[in-house]
Each structure stands twice: as structure tokens, then as C-alpha cells.
Write a protein that binds this ligand. Structure first.
Ligand code: COS
Length: 382
């Protein structure tokens, strides 16, 4: 749903200009230094990017899903590390509170997140990745507090987070999803420590690490939704939305890589003419264009369905599966079109090829998306 096309157009133009004039020229600097300059971080805050999906009454932009994916298509056209800085605020870090939080929790935390305090989402553990419901972090009730113990892994933005949405087991008797609750845990809580930053394949400038809980006391008022046992569902609902957001990101990034490949093909001459004139190159360009168009269309359709209040768990997984796999294929073709130049760091495509690999892994691997789609199909047919 687009609330006002003209307002959205102004926002999209602003974002597009910001990407072109401020982010693209700094891509290499970020890759070299592994840091996003402070002034750019501030500009992102000023643009409202951290509060994109936070309702207006809590100081965010309150974008609908269709508006959000439209913005993310644009943001995809530069290094994904930039988006990662506010990505957890827009998606998995904040949405547990937006979707299931109590009014008090929303009022306390959402305005701070909209302003730029970083929110992280702590679900994954060393022994609980795809099988998220097997997580072992515990939350034991003691008076008006819960005491958290456990280890979370690969937590995006943990090194700079002000607050964490943490999934932990409140009922040790229940081994599966129903024993899990979600908590808002503030950084700096005694007993909460961070592991060393992970050395990743790509996306330098975006940081992940372990988060360790050793007898961390969390006020009972910080259990999301005010009740035990609903945390896994909160996490899944959050991921449904996050998967649509990531699909748009993968599609925008594919557009950027294709654009780079097209321009390279039009400039690079072999056998006496631009390689873009050769049909085997044209086939790679055309296949990429077609797949990007398909991804855009399905993402917009799913976003509209979510805005209409429909359950889009299945559609979000279809989009995540198709868009992230498509992005991988486009990255591969774009390197191929660049030839040997695609393998060296003189061209952005070498970096993008590594950066986009994680799209097929995080917020659910491609195989998990297949399981979600099939589960939905079977449930609807029976
Ligand atoms: N929305 C609301 N509720 C949902 C839901 C959704 N999208 N998906 C599942 N649930 C509910 C189910 O309805 C079920 O509730 P009931 O017991 O009341 O019926 C409960 O949650 C458990 O669901 P399910 O039985 O499907 O859980 P599984 O343990 O089989 O796990 C998968 C399901 C594999 C899909 C889940 O663990 C998953 O998404 N794994 C990947 C995790 C991931 O993306 N990690 C990345 C971390 S963030 S970078």
C-alpha cells in the first residue's frame, strides 16, 4: 500500500541521490577500513533510515511494507554494509517490539530506535541455527526479574547495539517452540559480554559477534508482549517481514551488479567491438534483467498482501528464496562478463560477489525457505 505517491516519490528521489552521491563514493573506504564514517552514519539518522518501519506515533517514518521495499530497492544499489547498519533497526531488531510489544515497551524503546540507537536480534546460537526452536539460552524467573544465561552467535550489529531482542527458554520442560519467550535486554547490563568480531567473507563495515549472557538480570516488564511462551512466534513473525525486506535488498543489489556489468560490456572491446554486441554476453544480461523483473514483481505483490493484513509467511519465503538465489546468479554472471577484471578488486563486482553470498544464508537459508513454503502448501491443502 502506498499512502501518498507524491510523498513516496520525494523520499525515493532523496534516497537515490544519497546512494549515488554519498554512499557509492565511500564504498571502497568502508571496505578498506571496515568502518562506516561517523558523518555518513549521522546522515542516515537524519534521513530517518533507522526508523523507517517504526510507526509515526513512536517517531518513525511508519512506512508500509510496499513503501519499505521500494526504498530498499534503492538502498540495494550500494554496498550492503551500509544498509546493515540500520537494517536490524528496520527489521529483526525492532519488529518484535512493534508487532508484539506492550504499549509501555513501545513507548520506552521505539522512539530511541527511530533516532538511531541500534537494535540487534539474538536468536541464533552455536547449536541452534536453522533449528531455531532448539535454542538453549535460559531465562529463569526470580521475583520481578528474569536471569538469562546462554550464548548467541553471529549477531548483526551486536558490537554497537544499545538494545537486544533476545529469544530464551523460560520453560525448560518444553523443549520446542512453546517454551521460548522474547526479551528486550539493554546493552551494558551486568553479565552481558561480547565475543570478538567475526571475520566474514564480505560486507566489511558490517559487524557481527557472539553475545554471551552470564546471569544477566532483565526486568520482568521486558518480556515482549508481557507473557511467556510466545517468543518463538514473535521471532517468526519478525522474520516474515525481515525476509521481504531482504528480498528487496537482494533485488536492488542485483540491479546494481547488472548495471555495472552492462556498462562494462558496452565499454570493453574485444574482437574489434564492444563485448555487449556479442550474443553470449547479451544472453547473460537478458537473463539477469528478466530475473530481476520477476523478483521485483513478486516482492511488490507480497508486500501489498502484507499491507492488506494477510499472512505472508509463504510468500515471504518464496520471495527470499527466489531473490537471494537470483542475486547469486546475477553476481556470478556479472563477474563472468567482467572476465579477469571481475576477479580483481579494481572493480566493485569482486566485492559485491562476496558481499551477496550471505543473502542465501541469513534470516533463513534457501533450504529453510523451501521447508516453510512446502509446510504452508501442505497445511493449506489438508
Ligand atoms: N508466524 C506466526 N507463527 C509461526 C510462524 C509464523 N511465520 N511460523 C511458525 N509459527 C508458529 C507455528 O504455528 C507453531 O505454533 P503452534 O505450535 O501453536 O502450532 C510454532 O510457531 C512452531 O512452528 P513450527 O512447528 O513450524 O517450528 P519448527 O521448529 O518446525 O521450525 C522453522 C520452523 C524451521 C521454519 C524455523 O525454525 C526457522 O525459520 N528456522 C530458521 C531460523 C532463521 O531464519 N534463522 C536466522 C536467524 S536471524 S539472521
Amino acid at each position: 500500500m502506498i499512502r501518498d505517491q507524491e510523498t513516496l516519490n520525494v523520499l525515493l528521489e532523496t534516497i537515490s541521490r544519497f546512494v549515488k552521491e554519498r554512499l557509492k563514493p565511500n564504498e571502497e573506504l568502508v571496505a578498506e577500513t571496515d568502518e562506516i564514517p561517523e558523518n555518513l552514519q549521522q546522515e542516515m539518522k537524519d534521513l530517518g533510515l533507522f526508523g523507517m518501519s517504526i510507526p509515526e506515533q513512536y517517531d518513525g517514518l511508519g512506512l508500509t511494507m510496499e513503501e519499505e521495499v521500494s526504498v530498499v530497492f534503492e538502498l540495494g544499489k550500494t554496498s550492503p554494509a551500509f544498509r546493515s547498519l540500520f537494517g536490524t533497526n528496520v527489521g529483526i531488531g525492532s519488529q518484535g517490539i512493534v508487532i508484539d510489544g506492550t504499549e509501555e515497551q513501545k513507548r520506552k524503546y521505539l522512539p530511541q530506535l527511530a533516532k538511531g540507537m541500534i537494535a540487534s536480534f539474538a536468536l541464533t546460537e552455536p547449536d541452534a541455527g536453522s533449528d531455531a526452536a532448539s535454542l538453549r539460552t535460559t531465562a529463569r524467573r526470580e521475583g520481578d526479574h528474569y536471569v538469562l544465561n546462554g550464548n548467541k552467535r553471529f549477531i548483526t550489529n551486536a558490537p554497537t547495539a544499545g538494545v537486544f531482542t533476545v529469544m530464551a527458554r523460560t520453560d525448560p520442560e518444553k523443549k520446542g517452540a512453546s517454551g521460548i519467550s522474547a526479551f528486550i535486554v539493554e546493552a551494558g547490563s551486568p553479565g552481558l559480554t561480547l565475543g570478538r568480531p567475526d571475520k566474514k567473507m564480505g560486507q566489511r563495515g558490517a559487524h557481527t559477534c557472539d553475545v554471551i549472557f552470564e546471569n544477566v538480570h532483565v526486568p520482568a516488564a521486558n518480556i515482549i508482549g508481557g507473557q511467556e511462551g510466545i517468543g518463538f512466534k514473535t521471532a517468526m513473525k519478525t522474520l516474515d517481514k525481515g525476509r521481504l525486506h531482504l528480498s528487496a535488498l537482494a533485488t536492488g543489489t542485483a540491479e546494481r551488479m547488472l548495471d555495472d556489468a552492462l556498462h562494462y560490456a558496452m565499454e570493453r572491446k574485444q574482437f574489434g567491438k564492444p563485448i555487449a554486441d556479442f550474443q553470449l554476453i547479451q544472453a547473460m544480461l537478458a537473463d539477469s534483467k528478466m530475473e530481476i523483473y520477476a523478483a521485483r514483481s513478486m516482492i511488490l505483490d507480497a508486500a501489498r498482501q502484507r499491507d492488506a493484513g494477510k499472512d505472508v509467511s509463504c510468500e515471504a519465503s518464496c520471495c527470499k528464496l527466489f531473490a537471494s538465489e537470483m542475486c547469486g546468479r546475477v553476481a556470478d554472471r556479472a563477474v563472468q562478463i567482467h572476465g579477469g577484471s571481475g576477479y580483481v578488486s579494481d572493480y566493485a563486482i569482486e566485492r559485491f560477489y562476496r558481499d551477496v553470498r550471505v543473502f542465501r544464508l541469513y534470516e533463513g537459508t534457501s533450504q529453510i525457505q523451501q521447508l516453510v513454503i512446502a509446510k504452508n502448501m501442505i497445511r493449506n491443502a489438508s
